[in-house]
Design a protein. Structure first.
Length: 94
């Protein structure tokens, strides 16, 4: 659980403070809101690691993989239209 929260926090920091609207890297200063949690040295290391070619390569690979999952999650989007279709298909089979 803690690992997922940390990963989410890092992703939040990257998207909120280190990327602009087009997704380009921005050399931002340490956010004052998180100054009590993150030292300047840790922030500089974090920025450096997020701007390396290796990180960008892995990030792009994972972004492509996540954009087209083989089995997309649809359970939460059933809605009345798909519910009706599934009920009709069940009754046709019987």
């Amino acid at each position: 659980m803690a690992g997922k929260l940390l990963r989410g926090f890092r992703t939040f920091l990257t998207s909120k403070f280190l990327r602009d609207a087009e997704g380009n890297f921005v050399d931002a200063e340490l956010p004052s809101k998180y100054g009590s949690l993150i030292s300047q040295k840790e922030w500089d290391t974090f920025k450096f690691k997020r701007n390396t070619p290796e990180f960008k390569s892995v990030s792009e690979t994972n972004r492509e993989r996540a954009s087209s999952p083989p089995y997309p999650y649809r359970k939460g989007r059933v809605g009345y239209g798909r519910l009706e279709q599934s009920m009709v298909s069940i009754y046709k089979l019987q």
